[in-house]
Structure formats: structure tokens, C-alpha cells
Ligand binder design. Structure first.
Ligand SMILES: [Zn+2]
Length: 151
């Protein structure tokens, strides 16, 4: 084997090694990406399991995850409270500042009757009449129970 043959062979070997290393790196990157993809799938499915457990599982959570379930429910309650606190002031301001729209002509007023067309304004949003309606409701109940006079 001549010196040049030897150099040529070494060069081919070197190129082959470099090529194999490049493929290995590419394969390694593909493998890493594939592993990450599967991990995302697992996390997605874990989330479904968790959501089902917290929202639909009936019965007490096993002790091993009771704290986690309680934490999720506490967060859900906080979110509900935060949303309520964000919506309530806006609704109250609308009533106080702008009044209500007349159901007949759309004129905005705080009065009981529309200043423009005289139609009664919707009283649903006024807080005072609500308890009065609730007081009347129980009065109807004795009429619906004919067994009471028999006793
Ligand atoms: Zn009107």
C-alpha cells in the first residue's frame, strides 16, 4: 500500500466518520424532538384526566392527591370571585350613571316611567322591589295544600 493510497483511505474513513457523526447528531435531534412530542402528548392527556377528576369524579379524592384537588378547587373559586368583582361594579355604574333604556322607545332614564313616551320602565334592576316579591310568594303556599285544614 502506497503512502498516497493510505492517505486517500484515511481521508475516506475520516469523511465516513464525519458523515456518520452528522447523521447521529441529526438522529439524536429527531429523537429528542420525538421524545418531547410524546411528553407533550402525555401532559395533554394528564390534563384531561385531571380535569375529569376535579370536575366529574364523584366521591372524596384519594389522600395522595387530595391537596392538589383542593388547590384546584380553591383556584376555581378565586377565579369565580375575581370575575364577579370585575363584572359587578361595571353593571352598577351603568344603572346609576345612564339609567335604563325604555322598553318602548329606548329613551334612557332612572325614573319609573319614561320621560319621553310615558311607558313604565323595566323595574327588574331595582334592588328594593325584589324582597317584596319574595314576601308574597310564601302567602300562596297554604292555598296549594288542601290537606292543612283537614288536620
Ligand atoms: Zn319611552
Amino acid at each position: 500500500m502506497s503512502f498516497f493510497d493510505d492517505v486517500s483511505r484515511q481521508a475516506r474513513d475520516f469523511a465516513a466518520v464525519a458523515d456518520r457523526k452528522a447523521r447521529e447528531v441529526a438522529d439524536s435531534a429527531k429523537t429528542t424532538a420525538a421524545i418531547m412530542s410524546e411528553q407533550r402528548e402525555i401532559e395533554k392527556n394528564y390534563r384531561v384526566i385531571g380535569e375529569w377528576f376535579v370536575n366529574d369524579y364523584e366521591g372524596d379524592a384519594p389522600a395522595a392527591i387530595a391537596d392538589v384537588v383542593a388547590a384546584v378547587k380553591a383556584s376555581q373559586e378565586k377565579i369565580a370571585a375575581l370575575r364577579a368583582s370585575r363584572e359587578q361594579p361595571a353593571a352598577a355604574e351603568t344603572v346609576v350613571d345612564a339609567g335604563r333604556a325604555c322598553p318602548n322607545c329606548g329613551e334612557v332614564s332612572n325614573g319609573k316611567f319614561c320621560p319621553k313616551c310615558g311607558s313604565p320602565m323595566a323595574a327588574v334592576e331595582e334592588p328594593v322591589p325584589a324582597p317584596a316579591v319574595e314576601d308574597e310568594a310564601p302567602a300562596e303556599e297554604p292555598a296549594e295544600t288542601p290537606e292543612a285544614p283537614a288536620e
